[in-house]
Design a protein around this ligand. Structure first.
Ligand code: WT7
Length: 643
């Protein structure tokens, strides 16, 4: 498929769409650009409930922004209470556990669960401004946990269940959390993921945590520390489900989500309430064209930002019916997803290129055994989607009828910034197409000047949008330095991009030392720091290596301490395990290469660029004039041929 392949919206799709023509899209953008205050005020008023209105729509003191200044609202109220008049008996969550258990929660039931659990939190002394860690499997209680916190103004930080005890501990400490919400475990490929054990391990060094509340999922054996640990169902027994939502400031911290930066220390990305909610609910309609009778399924985990914005806050604020699935796509067989889609009559599916590539590999017979005719829209997120994956997704899953929305955004952006509005924009496979209204994206060079169409440059956003990151938790300096210092006052995405002759944006990947493994961000430095904590390792350099399924895979160059004598095969295994233990299973290196030395500049910096070239093209062509020891590179490049 060439870059010029163009898929115009089908007339029957456009006819029913929220935004049904290119002109309509352009009109939204013009209004948002020329009158941002009026535009966003209108969105906020139409899509959300406010206990008190704002004095100003936004205040911009770069790098700090406030939206709906002075207003009072509540995210949980907007996801639940607001629907009780019109959608009380509509399913909010269609849950399916990996073992096959199913549960439907209507908006009324979800509201009642959230109120009851919020009362439990209140009775444990939790209040607005406190912080909670959520470390849970993909079960409805995880959503209840998030919304209960939001109802009271307790700022939550969800830690993906695939993170290790070490990673969990670092997040609890950075956030000074006093509460941990978890479960005994969750199901993944028929095995129990033992979450409570990891919590126990992490809490050895977290004296600030006063309460641990444990949902019962797997019924596995767990240890409960008296006075600190409580069973969710025991605390909840007999508790009232009447719990008014706290009227919170629009800028009240809703959640912190940790993501990898270019250092070993993850960044706590802070999102607040009013602006975030306005933006995520707006994009549900613009990008997913959400309608009252849609059955929407986002296959992400709530531990990532996609789960926050497009499983919980966006869809529920929009009153959607959401499918939630606990487990793996290949359990018990590779048609699990297609079974769910056929049974629940899913109309919108939002997933990642990595998942699509893994599914392609299993052949068309899996999806072809099931009736997928309910689908009307497909989405992709997390990494660029390659033409082959796009074509298969479009043809085999969408039967050529369903537009694919390729959505570009980041943990920091809170919601989708670049994506097609499917009734309005002709698609080009692999391009995120155009920005959302009010999102002024540009492609620039080092000095901040726009580059010509067709040329590569840095992707920047020139004006704050409502769901923009507010700060890095506890580190406003790092916030400014990371995002607003390259070009002062302008948001720097860290991605390279290109705009083609038709104005379409193509995202080319990161320009920093951040890898993207299965659509999950991972810092090279984080893995390096983990490796050098191992007693046998002297030095390590980590780069992302192209991978057929996961996009990139972790490739480590390791030098060993002088006296280490164990055989390389065993040690490589040991180091893989070590990284999984230090960070989480998803960070487990694909490849460990032992080397006598690493290529460095004269000032001692590891030249990751060269290592990247070695794993990508197996040769070195770039500038090596500042290289300390050219012999090292020649050897490393040659090593591949020996393997
Ligand atoms: C990075 C953000 C957004 C939620 C999931 C990842 C890459 C994301 C796309 C896309 C090309 C993409 C970027 C971005 N990325 N979506 N549609 N096309 N690249 O969130 O962990 O914060 O990672 O993922 O490089 O900067 P994240």
């Amino acid at each position: 498929m060439s870059e010029n392949a163009l898929f115009a919206p089908l007339p029957e799709f456009s006819r029913q769409a929220h935004v049904s023509s290119l002109d309509a899209y352009r009109a939204l953008c013009a209004k948002a650009e020329q009158e941002p205050e009026a535009f966003w005020a209108e969105q906020a008023e139409r899509e959300l409930h406010w206990f008190e209105k704002w004095n100003h729509v936004f205040e911009w003191n770069p790098p700090f922004v406030k939206w709906f200044v002075g207003a009072k609202t509540n995210a949980a109220y907007n996801c639940l209470d607001r629907h009780l008049e019109t959608r009380a008996d509509k399913p909010a969550i269609l849950f399916e556990g990996e073992p096959g258990d199913r549960r439907t929660l209507t908006y009324r039931q979800l509201h009642s669960e959230v109120c009851r659990f919020a009362n439990v939190l209140k009775s444990r002394g939790l209040k607005a401004g406190d912080r909670a860690i959520i470390y849970m499997p993909m079960i409805p209680e995880a959503v209840v946990a998030m919304l209960s916190c939001a109802r009271l103004g307790v700022t939550h930080s969800v830690v993906f269940g695939g993170f290790s005890a070490e990673a969990l501990k670092a997040r609890i400490q950075d956030l000074d959390a006093t509460l941990v919400l978890t479960a005994d475990g969750g199901w993944r490929r028929g095995k129990e993921v033992r979450l409570k054990d990891a919590v126990d391990e992490a809490l050895k060094d977290c004296p600030g945590v006063k309460n641990v509340i444990v949902a019962q999922r797997t019924k596995g054996q767990v240890n409960m520390t008296a006075g600190r640990d409580h069973w969710w169902h025991e605390l909840e027994a007999g508790v009232s489900d009447d719990c008014p939502a706290v009227h919170l400031d629009s800028e009240h911290p809703l959640f912190v989500l940790y993501t990898s930066g270019t250092t070993g220390k993850p960044k706590g990305i802070l999102h607040t309430t009013g602006g975030y909610m306005t933006f995520v609910v707006s994009t549900m309609k613009w990008v997913f064209d959400l309608k009252e009778d849609d059955v929407y399924w986002c296959s992400a985990d709530i531990g990532w930002v996609t789960g926050h914005s497009y499983i919980v806050y966006g869809p529920l604020a929009a009153g959607a019916t959401c499918v939630m699935y606990e487990g793996a796509p290949d359990y018990p067989a590779w048609d699990r997803w297609w079974q769910i889609i056929a049974r629940e009559k899913v109309t919108i599916l939002y997933t990642s290129p990595t998942a699509i590539r893994a599914l392609i590999k299993q052949g068309d017979s899996w999806p072809n055994q099931h009736d997928l005719s309910s689908l009307r829209l497909l989405g992709s997120v997390g990494e660029p989607i390659n033409p082959a994956a796009w074509e298969w997704y479009h043809r085999v899953i969408g039967k050529g009828r369903c537009p694919i929305v390729d959505t570009w955004w980041q943990t920091e952006t809170g919601g989708i910034l670049i994506a097609p509005m499917p009734g309005a924009i002709a698609l080009k496979p692999g391009s995120g197409t155009f920005p959302m209204p009010g999102v002024l994206a540009d492609v620039v060079d080092f000095s901040g000047s726009p580059v010509n169409d067709g040329a590569e440059g840095f992707l920047i956003i020139k004006r704050p949008w409502p769901s923009m990151i507010r700060t890095i938790w506890g580190d406003p300096q790092r916030f400014e330095q990371q995002y607003f210092s390259r070009i002062p006052g302008i948001y720097f995405t860290g991605d390279a991009a290109r705009r083609d002759k038709d104005g379409y944006l193509w995202i080319l990947g990161r320009v920093d030392d951040v890898m993207n493994v299965s659509g999950h961000r991972l810092s090279t430095m984080e893995v390096e720091s983990a490796l050098v904590r191992h007693p046998a390792v002297a030095e390590a350099a980590v780069v992302g290596k192209p991978h057929e399924i996961t996009g990139q895979a972790v490739c480590c160059f390791v030098t060993l301490k002088k006296d280490v004598s164990s055989n390389h095969h065993d040690l490589a295994q040991d180091l893989r395990k070590w990284v999984a233990h230090e960070i989480g299973a998803f960070a487990r290196p694909e490849e460990i290469r032992f080397t006598e030395a690493l290529p460095k500049t004269r000032s001692g910096k590891i030249m990751r660029r060269l290592l990247r070239e070695i794993v990508t093209s197996h040769t070195v062509t770039g500038d090596v004039t500042t290289l300390e020891d050219l012999g090292v590179v020649t050897k490393l490049a040659a090593q591949h041929d020996e393997d």
